[in-house]
Design a protein around this ligand. Structure first.
Ligand SMILES: [Zn+2]
Length: 367
C-alpha cells in the first residue's frame, strides 16, 4: 500500500505540472549556438524561473524591489533585458564598437510584457545570429546584476560590452586579440576609446516640413551645480529661440534634463509653433514621454506638466538622438550655469554657438 502511494506522488506531480503549466514551444532555444549556461538561462527566463526581485515577491520573499543597475522601482527579468538603461547602454556600446544588433522596435510589446513575450517577438523579427548575440548580452546582464547584489562589484557599460564581445568571440572560436605588456606577457588589450559613432542619430537633422525642432539638454558640474539648455530651430536650421537657466545644487541630472524639456516646450508654445519635434539625448526622459519606460518618481511631476503642454501642439513627436546631434542644446546647458533666471537668447550669437548651428545646418559629422 505504502509503495503504491509513493509511486503515485511523481504521477500526481507530473499531472499537476501538465495541468498548470502552459506548454511553451521553446525547443529552438537548445539549437542556438551559445554556451549551455546561456541556453539554460533563456529557458529559465521564458518559464519565469529566475529569482528576479518581482518573482521573489510573488513567492513571499520580500526584498527591496529596485533594479540595482538603474534604481528603477521594479526589477523583473524583462526590465533587466529590454528596458534597463544600463542594458541599453551596453547594447549601444556593442552596436558602435562591434556592429552588434540592437533591441528591435517591437510594436506588440509594452513595458509590462514578460521576458517570454519580448523574447518570442525578438525571435520572430531577428535572424538567429542576432538572437545569439543578444542572448549573450542578456545572460551577462543577469551576471552583472548578481555581481552587484552578491559581490558588490559593479561594471561600467563599456567594460561590460568589452567582456561580452570577448566572451562571444571565445565561444565562436574567433581570434582573441592579445598584446604584449611592458614585461613581455600576452594580455588583453586595454579598452579602446569609444569609436566615433555613425548613423542618422549622431547628426542633427532639420525637422520635417511644417515642424520646428526643440533640442534640450541638462548639465551637471563636478561641484553639483545643475543647469538646463534648449534650442528651437526651423526647417532651415535657423534658431528661433535658445534658452538657458541655472538650477542650483539640489537637482539631479535626470531632473535637469526634464526641466530642460519643460522650459523648451514652454518656449515653443510662446512662439505659437503648431507642430514640434522634440529631441534629446537622455533616454530616460525621451522614453518616459514615449510611454516606453515607467516614469521615474523624481521627474514624474515635471513630465506630467510637459505632457499637458505637449497636448497643446497640433502634433508633438519625441525622439532620441545621440549627444553628437545635441551639441547646440549642450552648449546652452553649459552656458546656463551663470544665469540664475531663465535666459531667452536671441541673435546675434557668439562665434562658438554660431559655429555649432552652422555645422548642424550642413550636417557636419561628429568631431
Ligand atoms: Zn534597471
Amino acid at each position: 500500500m505504502a509503495s503504491t502511494q509513493s509511486k503515485r506522488v511523481p504521477c500526481l506531480l507530473r499531472e499537476f505540472l501538465i495541468l498548470n503549466f502552459e506548454k511553451v514551444e521553446f525547443g529552438w532555444i537548445w539549437k542556438l549556438n551559445v554556451a549551455p549556461k546561456i541556453k539554460l538561462f533563456l529557458w529559465k527566463a521564458c518559464h519565469d524561473g529566475l529569482p528576479s526581485k518581482d518573482r521573489l515577491e510573488k513567492c513571499k520573499v520580500f526584498v527591496p524591489q529596485q533594479c540595482v543597475l538603474c534604481c528603477h522601482n521594479s526589477e523583473s527579468v524583462a526590465h533587466l533585458c529590454f528596458a534597463c538603461p544600463f542594458t541599453l547602454q551596453v547594447i549601444e556600446c556593442l552596436q558602435v564598437s562591434e556592429g552588434w544588433p540592437g533591441i528591435p522596435d517591437l510594436i506588440n510589446v509594452s513595458i509590462s510584457s514578460s521576458f517570454r513575450y519580448w523574447f518570442e517577438e525578438c525571435h520572430l523579427v531577428l535572424d538567429k545570429a542576432s538572437v545569439e548575440k543578444l542572448a549573450c548580452v542578456w545572460w551577462f546582464i543577469w551576471f552583472c546584476r548578481n555581481k552587484v547584489i552578491f559581490n558588490e562589484e559593479g561594471f561600467s557599460p563599456r567594460k561590460a560590452s568589452y567582456l561580452i564581445s570577448h566572451f562571444f568571440a571565445q565561444w565562436v572560436g574567433g581570434p582573441i586579440k592579445q598584446v604584449e605588456d611592458s614585461e613581455g606577457c600576452l594580455v588583453r588589450p586595454p579598452l579602446q576609446s569609444k569609436g566615433v559613432r555613425s548613423g542618422p542619430r549622431v547628426i542633427w537633422n532639420p525637422p520635417p516640413e511644417g515642424f520646428c525642432k526643440l533640442n534640450f539638454d541638462g548639465s551637471k558640474l563636478g561641484n553639483g551645480d545643475a543647469a538646463l539648455g534648449f534650442v528651437i530651430r526651423n526647417t532651415e536650421g535657423e534658431v528661433l529661440l535658445a534658452g538657458a537657466k541655472s538650477l542650483g545644487q539640489y537637482v539631479s541630472i535626470v531632473q535637469a534634463e526634464a526641466w530642460a524639456l519643460h522650459a523648451g516646450i514652454k518656449g515653443a508654445l510662446s512662439l505659437n509653433i503648431p507642430k514640434l519635434v522634440v529631441e534629446g539625448d537622455n533616454l530616460v526622459v525621451i522614453n518616459s514621454m514615449r510611454h516606453i519606460w515607467r516614469v521615474p518618481w523624481e521627474i514624474s511631476n515635471i513630465l506630467v506638466d510637459v505632457g499637458l503642454d505637449a497636448a497643446l501642439f497640433s502634433e508633438c513627436r519625441f525622439c532620441h538622438c545621440f549627444r553628437e546631434a545635441n551639441r547646440a542644446a549642450d552648449f546652452m546647458a553649459k552656458k546656463a550655469h551663470s544665469y540664475s533666471s531663465l535666459l531667452y537668447w536671441f541673435p546675434p550669437y557668439c562665434l562658438d554657438f554660431s559655429l555649432i548651428i552652422r555645422k548642424d545646418v550642413l550636417g557636419w559629422p561628429p568631431d
